[in-house]
Design a protein around this ligand. Structure first.
Ligand SMILES: NC(=O)c1ccc[n+]([C@@H]2O[C@H](COP(=O)([O-])OP(=O)(O)OC[C@H]3O[C@@H](n4cnc5c(N)ncnc54)[C@H](OP(=O)(O)O)[C@@H]3O)[C@@H](O)[C@H]2O)c1
Length: 245
């Protein structure tokens, strides 16, 4: 897929991975439709870009906000070529500490937002000759983990949703792709960015840089022989992350 002048939505566009995706897609000359929670962060990001860019702020923990926002985008853009689902939150607690509110928020932000966006934009995605929905899953979507039951549940669900829709849309022009992603150097999760960087520098753990992840995702988006699922764990790419880290 060529990305020049393609209409590309990025959720979580102000996050560690989302921001690098936006900057790299800006270089490709795509029309960028950025979604995030904070309007001021979106405006700051927009100022750094040279491509056509429109922003939509909304809180994904509120299903009505996602409905309103997706319907606005559907009206404004007849065709959507790529939807990148990068928004996400992580709760890292035992079930005894987790609250129902954390469960509901995580399900809404990590899973229901994708369901609503895909459902309300399905006609726009079908209008493109060659469209793609690409969702960032996690190792937590394939490996059960103690103390992460909410996060794992949401990422197992993202995997189920993406792979099921890949089957449902198999004979259409809409492709689906799941990125099962390992640890990446952002402030996501229980450790701060600085703590992760220190671990990486001491050689205790491998992390992808967000720029590496963004470039890898863009190469996958462009690939006409793209697979339905990719598993990217930094330990599998030790030489590359070390060189770039
Ligand atoms: N970093 C990793 O190690 C890693 C590994 C595997 C998978 N992933 C996945 O990769 C994706 C991106 O992660 P990241 O590392 O870039 O995390 P990040 O830096 O924390 O960014 C998360 C993004 O999600 C948005 N978001 C959070 N809560 C929201 C809400 N209520 N409504 C709307 N947007 C909201 C954030 O916007 P605000 O800034 O406005 O909150 C931010 O743009 C996530 O789905 C994560 O599960 C990350």
């Amino acid at each position: 897929m060529k990305l020049l002048n393609k209409n590309i939505i990025i959720t979580g566009s102000t996050g560690g991975i989302g921001r690098e995706l936006v900057k790299n897609l800006d270089e490709e000359g795509a029309n960028l439709i950025l979604i995030s929670r904070s309007d001021s962060e979106l405006q700051n990001l927009k100022e750094e870009l040279k491509s056509n860019c429109i922003t939509f702020s909304g809180n994904f923990s509120d299903q009505k906000e996602i409905e309103v926002l997706s319907k606005k985008i559907s009206k404004e853009f007849k065709t959507i070529d790529v939807l990148i689902n990068a928004a996400g939150v992580g709760v890292y607690k035992s079930i005894e500490e987790e609250t129902l509110e954390e469960w509901n928020n995580s399900m809404n932000i990590n899973v229901t937002s994708q369901f609503i966006l895909i459902k309300n934009l399905s006609k726009n995605l079908r209008k493109s000759k060659d469209s793609l929905v690409i969702s960032i899953g996690s190792g937590a979507g394939v490996i059960p983990m103690a103390g992460r039951s909410i996060y794992c549940t949401t990422k197992f669900a993202v995997r189920g949703l993406t792979l099921s829709l890949a089957e449902e849309y198999r004979r259409t022009s809409v492709d689906f792709c799941l990125i099962t992603l390992g640890s990446t150097l952002t402030s996501f999760g229980p450790m701060s960015f600085e703590e992760k960087r220190s671990e990486m520098e001491k050689g205790k753990k491998a992390y992808f840089t967000p720029d590496w992840v963004a470039k890898k995702l863009i190469s996958i988006i462009k690939d006409n022989d793209r697979r339905v699922e990719y598993t990217l764990f930094p330990s599998h790419y030790a030489t590359e992350w070390h060189a770039k880290g």
